[in-house]
Each structure stands twice: as C-alpha cells, then as structure tokens.
Design a protein around this ligand. Structure first.
Ligand code: NAP
Length: 493
C-alpha cells in the first residue's frame, strides 16, 4: 500500500461527526470484510453495520449460512470475493488453527490490514502468538491485533453494557491508527499497546483469572484462617480440653462472625499501611525519585482489591450479626437468662453502661460500614472517572481514614474495658479484638504523625520534586537527576 493510500482516511467521517453516524449500509460507506461466519463474525457484523460501515462476510461456503443469521445489509460472499471487495480492513474471525486455510488468499490480501481477533488457547504458551503466526503467513499484509478482549456478547449488546476497553497492537503504525479509529467509531475505548510483540499479552488477557487479585486474596484468606483458628482455639478447643465444655456449635456461625470483623479491620488497615511506608521511605530518602522496593510497589497496586475484600468481610459481618438473634442458641440463652433473673428476683435488668456501650459500638460500626460502602462504589471505574483527582483523593484517602477510625472505635467500644480484666485472658490468650487493633492503630498513629507540620511540609516538598542535599549531594545530584527512575505511580499517596 502506498503512503498516499495510508493518508486517505478509512472513515469518511471525522471524529467530530461520530455523534451522527451515516445511515446503515449505504453505498459509498467504507467496506469492511470479515472472514468466517461464526458467532464472533455475526456480532462484529452487527456492530460494524450499526456504526455505519458496509460489511461483507467471507465464508468457505456462503450458501450454507442460515437465512436471518446475519442482519439485512450484511453481504455474504466467498472468502476471496469478500476480501477483494473490502476497502482496506479485513477481520480474521476464525480460530488460529484454521489460518493456514487462508493462504490461497495471500495475493488478494496483499496490502490489506488484517485484524486478528483470536484469543490464546492457554496461558504461557511457548512460541509466537497467533497474530505473529498470522503475520508470518501473510507477509504482504499488515497484521493488527485487537478486539479479542471484547466478547461476542459485548459486541452485540453495545459498548454501554459491556467492557469499553479494546487493546490493540501492531507493527504498522498507519494500520494500527486505522483500527484505533475504527474501534473509537464503534463506541469502544481503544488502547494502543505498541508493536505486535505485545499481541501475546493481549491474546492471553481474556484467559487471566483475576490477575491483580492473587496477593490480596491470599492475604485476606491467611488473616481469616489466623483469626478463625485463634477464636477456635480460645473459645472452642481449649474449653473442651480443659473443662470438657462442648462449644463446637459455635463453629459455623459464631466463630466465623468473630473472625470476620478482625479480618475486615486489618485488611482495611493494610490498604493504608503501604502509603504510609511509601511516605516514610520518601521522607527518609529525601527524594521521590528512587524506586520503591518491588514488594511495596505490588502492595500499592493491590490497595483497591484489599479495600474491596475488607468491604466484603465487613458486609458479611453485618449480615451475620443481624442473624445472631435468629439462632436457636440465642433463644435458649435468652430463656436461661430470664429464668436466672426470675429466680434471683430481679425485676429490672436495665444497666446504663452496657446500653450506652452497645449503642456506641453499633453506631460506629454502621458509620464505618457506610463510608466503606462509599469507597467501594467510587472504586467502580465509571463512578471514579466522574470524580476529579481532588474529589477522588478526598473520598479514597480522607473518607478512607474516616472509615478506619470508625471501625477502630467500633472495635474499642465492643471491647470496652474488658481488656483490663484477667478473665479476658483465659489460657493466657488475649482477646482477639486486641490483636486485630494492633495494625490499624499503628496506621492511624502513623497517619497522625504525618500531619505534623514539620513532616507534612517536608513530604509535600519532596512530592513536588524537591530533593534533600543530604541524600543527593550537589555534585552527584545532576548525574542522579539525569539517570533517575521515572516517578512512582503512587508517589502521591
Ligand atoms: P466459531 O463460531 O466457531 O466460528 C469460526 C468460523 O471459522 C466458522 O464459522 C467458519 O466460518 C470458520 N471455520 C470453521 N472451521 C474452519 C476450518 N476448518 N477452516 C477454515 N475456516 C473454518 O468461532 P467464533 O466464536 O466466531 O470465534 C472466532 C474467533 O474469534 C476465534 O479466534 C476466537 O478466539 C475469537 N473470539 C471469539 C469471541 C467470542 O465471544 N466468540 C471473543 C473473542 C475472540 P465459515 O464456515 O463461514 O468459513
């Protein structure tokens, strides 16, 4: 394809015309060919047609395609006829193992942009990607990888309902620009990932199972096992071994509900701890231009997931707590207490202190959970994107610390003064809520220290690019500045 061809826009309309797409399938619209007549081809054809393109589907046997499978306006031809009639863009909507069946189309495909929409069969496959193999098979065509992260369903239902991000890569920048423009016109949010070498990652993207969730899930599960095990040991196993007391009925509900708030609280503290460590590192180093250790980078990247897992545990704790009174055990306990009270001749069991305590801890818990819900909602990209940087920081950091404070108060009011009585330490084991408070209190105190003017001022200066002469002597400063690492993603936390 000549440079002149490349300068001719594929799409007649400019981006500013997108709001008023031309009528469907008009003669004169850009013609796009799709090879293959399967599910993906059908969804792609529907979407392209709706975006104002003429669509030609190339099949090995167009007569075999059931009537009505493709919408009116989509033309069904043989593979070579379809490719020949396309302006420049041809989608290969078949499985990679069938790419070799297209080699007869080499000549007619020469100079065209061939879009590979295939997914990888499995993760970490050795050898070239599907797109690279397609490029080897068709050296005279320009292969661009893209659209595979969008399912056939999302293509059909429209960009509003499904994912909007389309990952695209390719070695020819003109051809890639054409596909990026096409994706935008179809209502998607294209993202250029560079050359075709990135195609392996793009092909594997739909197969990844929550890639950024592994660490946070493992951390939350470990915390759950720790607190569940601790409460089991203290409230079930030790009483059984020491006194033959059968508390095993507590295992499915009570012990779970004792572990969940501790996990929620510690996990929420773990959301804010890495930001604190990053700030301490920056203060200590006197610069923000040195990379954080890898573990801290990973931790910083997992904060959203940790926050959502904390929200999940807190939500489960709220539901479990509301169900506590529905249990048979609660009914029996109430009857037993009432009987004991009658036997003791006590008419009024109202006590001011426990009433105040329970109201305070419930209220703090509800407020903490309410703020946590707000944080979870603003972490949804469509909601978060509607906030500017200051609003987002206020919610995620300012209100986040509010949620942590209320959760700590909820726990403190729950524990009340029990931590000061020896009977709270049976078998020399401290109450679980005391253990759960350690990390959150450290984080809160650390945060308060960072608000001290002497530290806050210095940190703000460092984050604006100032470097301490102690850590960066004037002579080496220039060299270091020249070689310094790019700024940290989360240096502003
Ligand atoms: P499909 O429904 O099985 O369609 C594949 C098409 O390939 C068939 O309709 C057929 O078209 C052609 N074909 C079948 N056997 C062939 C052979 N032996 N030789 C040559 N052509 C053959 O598959 P699909 O779901 O549309 O997927 C197509 C591609 O899209 C795959 O690479 C897949 O990874 C990718 N993709 C699919 C989705 C999705 O949601 N379905 C999402 C992302 C990516 P003709 O008989 O008309 O030639």
């Amino acid at each position: 394809m000549s440079q002149g061809d490349m300068n001719t826009p594929l799409l007649a309309a400019s981006d500013s015309d997108i709001s008023e797409p031309p009528p469907i399938g008009c003669p004169g619209d850009p013609v796009i060919a799709i090879l293959g007549s399967g599910d993906y081809s059908r969804s792609l054809a529907i979407r392209l047609l709706a975006s104002g393109f003429r669509v030609v589907v190339g099949s090995r046997n167009p007569k075999r395609i059931a009537k009505g499978l493709f919408p009116d306006g989509v033309e069904l031809w043989s593979q070579s006829e379809a490719v020949a009639s396309s302006d420049r863009l041809v989608f290969a909507a078949l499985y990679p193992e069938h790419y070799h069946s297209l080699v007869g189309l080499r000549d007619v495909l020469a100079g065209k942009v061939l879009v590979d929409v295939s997914n990888a069969i499995s993760l970490n496959n050795a050898g070239p990607s599907n797109a690279e193999r397609l490029a080897e098979l068709f050296p005279q065509s320009r292969v661009v990888k893209g659209f595979n992260v969008i399912s056939a369903w999302a293509l059909q239902t429209g960009a509003q309902d499904g994912s909007r991000q389309v990952l695209i890569c390719g070695d020819s920048s003109d051809s890639k620009a054409m596909v990026l423009q096409l994706a935008r016109r179809m209502g998607f949010n294209p993202m250029d990932l560079g050359g075709l070498a990135a195609s392996k990652d793009i092909e594997e993207a739909p197969l990844q199972l929550f890639p950024s969730w592994g660490g946070p899930i493992v951390a939350t599960l470990l915390l759950f096992f720790f607190f569940y095990g601790y409460n089991f040991l203290k409230g079930v196993l030790m009483p059984y071994l020491a006194h033959g007391q059968n508390n095993f009925y507590k295992l499915p509900l009570e012990t779970v509900n004792e572990a969940l708030p501790s996990v929620a609280l510690v996990t929420l503290a773990l959301v804010y701890l890495p930001g604190l460590l990053a700030a301490i590192l920056q203060l200590g180093r006197g610069t923000k231009y040195k990379r954080f250790p890898n573990w801290l980078d990973l931790w910083l990247c997992g904060r959203k997931q940790l926050g959502l897992l904390s929200f999940l545990c807190a939500g489960l704790h709220a539901v479990y707590s509301m169900c506590l009174t529905l249990r048979k055990a609660a009914g029996f306990r109430l009857l037993n207490a009432a009987f004991r009270q009658v036997k003791a001749g006590v008419e009024n069991s109202w006590e001011e202190k426990p009433v105040l305590r329970s109201d305070l801890y419930l209220s703090c818990g509800i407020l903490g959970f309410g703020i946590l819900t707000l944080l979870a909602i603003t972490s949804i990209p469509s909601v978060g994107n509607a906030l500017n940087w200051r609003e987002f920081t206020f919610v995620q950091s300012g209100l986040g610390y509010g949620a942590l404070t209320f959760s700590i108060m909820h726990t403190l009011f729950f524990g009340w003064d029990f931590a000061f009585f020896p009977w709270s330490y049976p078998y020399y084991l401290p109450p679980a809520y005391l253990l759960a408070l350690i990390v959150p209190c450290v984080v809160l105190v650390g945060r308060l220290l960072l608000v001290l003017p002497c530290l806050a001022f210095r940190l703000a200066k460092i984050r604006r690019g100032w470097e301490s002469s102690l850590h960066c002597p004037p002579k080496t400063c220039q060299t270091e500045t020249a070689n310094r690492h790019p700024p940290q993603n989360f240096s502003d936390v």
